[in-house]
Write a protein of this length. Structure first.
Lengths: 278, 278, 278, 278
């Protein structure tokens, strides 16, 4: 198994502090033993418009030096610009699609093979069907752009935060409707727990289309700290020969988090479970 | 007393749903009995770059029709672009200052007299002093711009989320160092409670410089729902002849919020207390 | 407003005791002041196959004598036979459709204008789309049968228990796809709260298609006992000129319930709120 | 010790989701290491009327292939048809007795030696004595039928859900009054805990008549997850040379259950305790 760690809990998104420069995060995660770093595209780490070519080159060199891959990338949903690809506001949709393309460019510059797609949400007065159609159209355009750069777009159900793509089947449906060969699906155990569903089932249901995964215990705690049993989901990943990065997206929703501890405890717990797999 | 309600809990910031169009929010808050609406400058309500002149005119007319004032405005801190005026990243500071100017323009277009200033935060590797200086410089430039439009900038201590301007005295110091006549201070009871300090003390300490206020009970609950005693802070506002808008900034941190209920219960509680003031 | 009370908490479904004969429940609910009784079609009250013509006539006469209407009826989902109209098991779907027809017959015999439709759920190995199609087909056949008896079928989103029709828009979509003039929609505040959504929004979104409603506070407590603010949903019902029965579906999930108390406290709370409506 | 796992938490009874086809459950429980599977006779697993001869043959072959026994079977009490053998409604009693016979047939077809008997409950207006007599009569008829198929009927006290057979002595009395040689007794630790009694005492009291057992921690949690000390009950089972299946009936009362985890953790805990027995 390859392991990666998402940068939110080292950034100022969505909680403002504590936060660390991206250079510091690369060094720390490498030191803790991660193979990959999932980069959230927000300030102060990687808002694309604050990173010129020179800066990108420096980050890439630092990743190489510390022998850690930029394994995946994702925009920061919500916040000022919204970044809702299902928005009924044309200006927001257009900006969001362009922003995803800019994230794809950044991914390409840092050698990142995967960009996550949060399908958006609908607000009072917009119908679920219209929002769905907007999101399929946005996804199609983004994936076509990403295809030229050999980047895979992964659709993620985000039931806890949104209301559009909520289940494994929703994600698979959206993938199919967008109809591009470089679209896959992923899921986050946190959202599956919010729905009172079973994470290992998502692995088998998504099967060969599962290109990425987020692990989180209840309450965004480190795996092993919140009470979820991670053995079945780890076994399921082995059963389907998952070869992506097992990525932690944890610790970022509370100001009292200690990012290095969260990163280390997550990795220790999962490596311990890996030895018990059949 | 004049009362206003902040739009975050009707928007998709920082929690994505439920959310409502700005037009719907104006109608609802007016119906509930508010005198003012504090507009958070984020999608889907008021990200300045999604609102052209025509759209701004429509919102202004709707405000007039429903007899409710756009009493204040604030940017959405955090999220993708950061919007940290104390950032050590030059690109972020520059964008943030320009963004505040754009918010000031929007405020001017909607007849809004007040824009809030969240002074930012420093991250690992930046010193508190440097961040402070960056923020004073940003504030100065923003206030100079706002002065031409007759808009007051209010410095808010945000201890719960950040680490730079944390107390009443921090806010007053920053106000003085920026040295512009159109800068005042404000505070949010939520942040005062986070510091285990006494909200009514802040009123007397800030005194004539207090130009705005946010009321919130513990856990961002509606005043009266979380256990804080609001009588002293209401009495203090009367004692200093506060003539700004008593503004609720509540309900936005939980997905399970029911915005209309939060808005109504807040207002009922405070109007009830108003009758008890000496 | 007309008020009705669902019989589950007086029956042995899904908790087995305490339970009361249907005759007793009719007398008690009439005495408490309800206009209608929503009859759950399970033993010991109204499993259709235990009620011959004579027995049905007796119940109808008792309803008339106590001046209370059998306002609506619903099958008991789950349990031995499943009653899942979206099941991938043909035998279960067929039985379920026939059972709904038998419930429609019982409704007709008791002068009941409305039968609720729980759209079912999909299990591991069945796709969401297949289940959706099965349920639309089942609903279509049931509604065609009910049309001849002048009975309306109401599609209910049941997010807390199932995984197919979860939102207001899901219910509206299913209604439209089945395409029968005697299909409407309804919702239960309990399921809306489970989704962290806003009940009054469901009223406005469903609008003229809203033919029925279930009120329940958090944890299936009586309205007013669990913390939800029912004023907005009551106001919304008045705003859209809702003329159905405001029906409590409460108290049935706990063995420690006291049915008469739950029925009385619910009614008192809502009648109190009714006086505050604009 | 032989261990078995009850299927409720993989079915849609009494909570509708998550649920799995019976074939999937057989494979999973075998993989986890169980010797037996206790089959709840409800949809989607084993509602007898949805399983024709061919389907039963397929399930039997699957059990053989995966080397796991259908160790026991039980009807789904409550739900639409009630299945209350103590009901004062003649139609319900008759249906229930016939249903038990149909369950006995299914048990026979799958090579299952044991069927559980939930003695029912009485509702307001029926006396305890009448209900008791009804249940003894029902049990007698069921046991006579089962005797011809070499199947044992086990009377279970279910204090938490019902009000008729509540204690070890109630179960023994009913067994004796029915007077059939193929009747035994059993108990579920969950119901014993509900009565604030001591599970190991039940083992010694029931002694040689104890033919089956359900283990569950507090709140239907897996043994070891809820705080009950299972060592005494395990020791007692060894002391009386219990040779039935130690069967978990857990996890089914909450939608948030993860069935595979519950099954695995239960087994690990009890096998660990087994090593400590004298």
């Amino acid at each position: 198994m390859k392991y990666a760690f998402n940068t939110w809990c080292y950034s100022s998104f969505p909680v403002w502090v504590p936060a660390y420069p991206i250079e510091e995060v690369i060094k720390r995660l490498s030191g803790i033993g991660y193979d990959g770093i999932e980069i959230g595209c927000a300030a102060p780490h990687a808002w694309p418009y604050y990173l010129n070519a020179e800066k990108r080159k420096e980050i890439k060199e630092l990743l190489d030096k510390y022998n850690i891959k930029a394994s995946s990338m994702l925009p920061a949903p919500g916040g000022g610009p919204g970044a809702n690809p299902a928005s009924s506001i044309t200006e927001e949709r257009n900006w969001t699609v362009q922003h995803y393309k800019d994230v794809v460019d950044l991914a390409s510059d840092l050698g990142t093979p995967t960009v996550l797609y949060v399908a958006g949400w609908y607000i009072y007065g917009t119908s679920q069907q219209d929002a769905w159609k907007y999101s399929v159209d946005s996804l199609t355009e983004i994936a076509e752009y990403a295809k030229k750069k050999n980047i895979t777009i992964c659709v993620e159900p985000t039931s806890s935060d949104s209301n559009l793509v909520q289940t494994a089947d929703d994600a698979l449906n959206m993938m199919e409707q967008a109809g591009q060969s470089n679209i896959g699906v992923m899921f986050d155990t946190f959202h599956v727990l919010y729905r009172n569903e079973v994470p290992s089932d998502y692995v088998y249901t998504m099967g060969k289309n599962l290109k990425h995964i987020h692990l989180s215990d209840y309450n965004r705690l480190a795996p092993g700290q919140g009470g979820m049993d991670f053995l079945p989901v780890m076994q399921a990943l082995k059963d389907i020969d998952f070869d992506g990065y097992v990525t932690m997206e944890v610790g970022f929703s509370s100001r009292s988090t200690h990012p290095d501890s969260v990163a280390r405890l997550s990795l220790e717990h999962l490596k311990g479970l890996e030895k018990q797999l059949k």
